[in-house]
Design a protein around this ligand. Structure first.
Ligand SMILES: Nc1ncnc2c1ncn2[C@@H]1O[C@H](COP(=O)(O)OP(=O)(O)O)[C@@H](O)[C@H]1O
Ligand SMILES: [Mg+2]
Length: 442
């Protein structure tokens, strides 16, 4: 808050000339017109956490503006003027009360749209004009269907429509050739599958655990080391959810999926749900040893859908393949149980330098019936996510100590996977077997 106030004072004093990013959060009820003094430089404008309900008609004067965040404000519609901002590629209006998106509100070069936690009942067909759209985040709205025009957004790779009112699986999603990360849990069409699993979830009261140091944090939760006061006390991890609805969906869907996923060598797993904590509900998880570290950081504003790896991260070919094999095996296990992970990303993988790995974070996961006509196509979506991961791992192999023969085998297999995944003709069982064959033969 203080920071916001002092930034506002600096802005008003004309002390921010030339700046490319501006963050102001201090209870603004009106857009500060002094921002236009930055028109020659401003690229990122973050006005989240204010009380705004409109933007000025001359906003396009900020002609270099690429990113605008107005989350946690009082907008009831997405301002139509955004559609006229020539350089805008990212719009984030999370947690407002937006019930309407104007036909003209979506700018032509939009790559990333966040309208999580609003009151949308429909999306305009004009979204089909956003040919560069890669990321569409709509969890926590009231959408009963998606517009057929969405199929024109052929670059869409990540879609969050969990915690909505979808009465049937939106088949248009299956026509998106690049879709790789899909969160669709917590909708009426899959509610029964979720309910069946909830009965099985054990619960622990917050008084039975003591939280310790923070271990990590994502969009939906904060993870702490904790002591679980059992007859034989246990050191565990506790994930506390940040809100009722997260950017990936409902916490109770995550609990149900965690439970239904069961135990697997390459899944983090879960002990119980945590109830009654003042900071919100959560999960009690096995604590993963600190020898395991997160494989990459989540995508940045620049990379949009691609995780960000440490620039010096390298693997031996065997470690890269072991890691990929473990994750393919975990995904195969999930699909066998009718679970789509939805967020199969390096930033949700904890890995050891010897190639062992755990896939975690079921925040975006959903249940599906493996017998449904669209199930194989749905599984192909997750295979695409895995192919991204696979290519990222293989690109980081240090080949200097490897035989040419192995390198050739890996390259041929990689090429085959990319082709088969593109054609929707490869499953996690195939991927896991292929990796295992190379590991065993070399
Ligand atoms: N069981 C665990 N043991 C140790 N660290 C964990 C565990 N689960 C999560 N973490 C850490 O917390 C981070 C965020 O967890 P995640 O479940 O992905 O949260 P979010 O749903 O908010 O993205 C992980 O990247 C990891 O570093
Ligand atoms: Mg995560």
């Amino acid at each position: 808050m203080l920071k916001g106030l002092s930034t506002l004072a600096q802005l008003k004093a004309g002390a921010l000339q030339g700046c490319t990013r501006l963050d102001i959060s201090c209870g603004l009820t009106e857009f500060p017109r002094e921002i236009f003094a930055l028109a020659d430089s401003l690229k990122i404008l973050n006005l989240s956490g204010n009380q705004l309900s409109s933007l000025p008609d001359d906003l396009p004067r900020l002609r270099h503006l690429e990113v605008i965040f107005c989350s946690e404000n009082r907008f009831t519609e997405l301002p139509a003027v955004l559609g006229q901002c020539p350089s805008l590629t990212m719009i984030g209006f999370k947690s407002n009360q937006i019930a309407h998106v104007d036909d003209e509100a979506l700018p032509p070069h939009l790559r990333w749209l966040i309208l999580t936690d609003n009151q949308l009942t429909e999306l305009p067909s004009s979204i089909g004009r956003c040919h560069e759209l890669e990321k569409l985040m709509l969890a926590g709205n009231r959408l009963a269907a998606l517009p057929a025009a969405l199929t024109q957004c052929q670059q869409l790779a990540l879609v969050r429509v969990a915690a909505n009112q979808l009465t049937a699986f939106p088949a248009c999603l299956l026509q998106l050739p690049r879709l790789a990360w899909l969160a669709i849990g917590g909708n009426p069409f899959n509610a029964a599958l979720e309910r069946n699993q909830m009965d099985d979830v054990a619960s622990v009261n917050a008084s039975e655990v003591t939280l310790g140091q923070k271990l990590g944090e994502g969009a939906s939760g904060t993870i702490y080391q904790a002591q679980w006061h059992l007859a034989e006390p246990r050191t565990v991890a506790v994930k506390l959810f940040k809100g009722a609805v997260t950017s990936d969906g409902w916490p109770h869907t995550e609990m149900a999926v965690c439970r239904a996923a069961g135990e697997h060598l390459h899944l983090i797993g879960v002990y119980a749900q945590l109830l009654g904590h003042p900071a919100g509900d959560g999960l009690v998880l096995p604590l993963i040893s600190p020898e395991f570290t997160v494989l990459a950081a989540p995508p940045s504003l620049k990379t949009c859908i691609a995780d960000v790896y440490a620039s010096d991260l390298r693997f031996t070919w065997r470690v890269a393949l072991l890691l990929a094999h473990g994750i393919a095996d975990a995904a195969r296990h999930l699909h066998q149980r009718g679970i789509l992970h939805g967020d199969l990303y390096a930033h949700n993988i904890l890995h050891h330098s010897d190639g062992r790995a755990y896939l975690g974070d079921f925040g975006a996961a959903s249940f599906y019936s493996p017998d449904a006509a669209w199930a194989p196509a749905l599984e192909c979506i997750e295979v695409r996510a895995f192919v991204h991961l696979l290519l990222e791992l293989l690109a980081r192999i240090d080949w200097s100590a490897a035989d040419d023969e192995v390198r050739l085998a890996v390259m041929c297999w990689q090429e085959q996977c990319v082709d088969l995944a593109g054609a929707g003709r490869i499953t996690f069982a195939d991927l896991q077997q292929g990796l295992w064959r190379i590991l065993q033969n070399n």
